[in-house]
Design a protein around this ligand. Structure first.
Ligand code: C2E
Ligand code: CA
Ligand code: CA
Length: 400
């Protein structure tokens, strides 16, 4: 194999450097090693495709090396090695990911030679590392946003939630989309924050709720009941003292019971502004709306305040669900969140469920509900009735 790819090994253990270097060279890689974590940056060239990094070194530890690589926007793939316990490797991997680095694996020391050979073979086949895909941030003119609200260009897509114990669909979350005349369907990241700044979010929220209530009447569950609707409320709306009455009026005018309309508010928002929003939240709850704490577990440490929020549901953030079937620490976190939610009398729903393993684990842990691409991506209203029919027919025993 003619391979100009460079492998860089950063490890204070000479034996490891020697073994990796010999193996890499027999496989046609250019391999350089260093025991000095303070000078490694000079050894990285544009052809460096893989960095093997020991997390424990005297002088500078692997975590600092990761930070420096992150600051340099290093493109090389990273394989982490450590003689310490699994959790250290898992934590380091997360840190690396949060710094924009691409970790392709972690190996517990002593590194098994065959596993290392397999990894190097896989790297040789991968080709040059890709630049991370940047999501373009659209700066859309404010007039366009204002006009879009007037022209009713916003629609909702609906994502189902299922009951993990029965496998039945229980409800749908409405997720806003902008049907832009030239750009096509735009996700909420492109417009929600700006609409909040323009003070137009209440208007969008009420309109979204109204359209969703109309759509909801076209959806019916296998038992003929109407599914529950979940709506995302912005913190701004929770400062509006009229919000609960406006919502009650809306529900009444569409003949939908308030206990069928769950209001989702994010944990981060609540942490910042709980005291200012508590009266609106309490009133919503008193009028019968289920209240859900969205994105729970994203690190805002709401634990102490949780018992003061009149919420009925906790939604475990997808970042925790994402690796729960691979990482012990994430799994424990998910388990604890379920325990805390249940302890406070709340239902617990996991979002971002993408693989069957996560689904099965969550069900075994006693989590109440699940939402995610495994069940379905968000879909336009017109697809929902057909999807509900197909889902009822195709329900596999493993999901029941
Ligand atoms: P969210 O409330 O946390 O909604 C869940 C997001 O995760 C949605 O993104 C959904 O499409 C996505 N998702 C669902 N299942 C999976 C999965 O299995 N894997 C992954 N990776 N993602 C999944 P979307 O639709 O782009 O919405 C983003 C955020 O925008 C929402 O996050 C919510 O905070 C906000 N948003 C959406 N609609 C509205 C709205 O009408 N009003 C307000 N204020 N905010 C909204
Ligand atoms: Ca939500
Ligand atoms: Ca969420």
């Amino acid at each position: 194999m003619a391979n100009a790819d460079r492998i860089l090994v950063i490890d204070d253990d000479e034996a490891v450097c020697g073994i990796v270097s010999a193996l890499a060279k027999t496989m046609g890689f250019d391999c350089v090693t260093t025991k000095d974590p303070t000078s490694f940056l000079d050894l990285i060239t544009p052809s460096t495709t893989l960095i093997l990094l020991d997390l424990m070194m005297p002088g500078m530890d692997g975590i600092e090396v990761l930070r420096l690589l992150g600051e340099r926007h290093a493109q090389a793939r990273i394989l982490l090695m450590s003689g310490m316990d699994k959790r250290v490797l898992e934590t380091a991997e997360k840190l690396a990911q949060s710094l924009g680095l691409q970790v392709i694996g972690r190996m517990h020391k002593p590194v098994p030679l065959q596993a290392l050979r397999n990894t190097l073979e896989a790297v040789a086949k991968m080709g040059p590392p890709q630049m991370p895909v940047e999501v373009p941030t659209l700066a859309l003119p404010d007039e366009q946003l204002r006009a879009a609200i007037e022209r009713d260009e916003f629609v909702s897509h609906y994502q189902p939630q299922v009951n993990l114990a029965t496998g039945e669909v229980t409800g749908f979350e409405a997720l806003a989309r902008w049907r832009h005349p030239e750009l096509g369907l735009l996700p909420p990241d492109c417009f929600i924050a700006r609409i909040e700044q323009l003070g137009l979010i209440d208007k969008l929220c009420l309109r979204t709720a109204e359209l969703a209530l109309i759509d909801l009447k076209g959806f019916s569950l296998v038992n003929g009941a109407m599914p529950r609707l979940s709506l995302n409320a912005s913190m701004h709306s929770l400062h509006n003292l009229e919000f609960p009455d406006q919502f009650v009026a809306l529900a009444q005018s569409h003949g939908v019971a308030t206990n069928k309309i769950a209001i989702e508010v994010t944990e981060s928002g609540l942490v910042r502004q709980l005291s200012r929003t508590l009266d609106v939240l309490t009133r919503l709850r008193m009028k019968g709306f289920p209240l859900s704490i969205d994105d729970f577990g994203t690190g805002y440490a709401m634990m102490q305040q949780l018992q003061n929020v009149p919420a009925t549901e906790l939604k475990i953030d997808k970042s925790l669900v994402d690796l729960m079937h691979e990482n012990d620490s994430d799994r424990v976190m998910v388990e604890k969140v379920i325990e805390i939610g249940h302890g406070l009398g709340m239902e617990v729903v996991a979002e971002g469920v993408t693989v069957q393993e996560q689904y099965d684990l969550l069900r075994r842990m006693g989590c109440d509900g699940a939402q995610g691409y495994l069940i379905s991506r968000p879909m336009p209203a017109e697809r929902v009735p057909g999807w509900l029919g197909e889902f009822a027919r195709a329900k596999t025993p493993s999901k029941r």
